[in-house]
Design a protein. Structure first.
Length: 95
């Protein structure tokens, strides 16, 4: 994520819109700096067949990465996930 587009390599977090579409099951998405096998919290909940979006602020992982986990009641469902960056945070000395 950092170093791509207009996000500088020094970015520590980003703001953006997380969107799900084309899902084959109800469920939720969890976004964070590292991938999770069993997320304990959701970023975006959705039913089957409903395009949904949510604004988020999320820390970046090592190397400026983000991971999205799709949690569903059964194994095998798929979904299209879109993340549009709207801003970023960089370290600063101004407080």
């Amino acid at each position: 994520m950092s170093g791509y587009g207009s996000v500088p390599p020094t970015a520590s977090a980003v703001t953006g819109n997380l969107t799900v579409t084309g899902q084959t099951s109800a469920g939720f998405l969890s976004i964070g700096p590292v991938a999770q096998n069993n997320p304990t919290s959701s970023t975006l909940n959705f039913p089957l067949g409903d395009d949904r979006a949510n604004a988020v602020t999320v820390a970046l992982g090592t190397g400026g990465t983000l991971s999205v986990t799709y949690a569903a009641p059964t194994l095998g469902p798929t979904a299209q996930v879109i993340f549009d960056v709207t801003g970023y945070f960089v370290p600063g000395t101004s407080g």
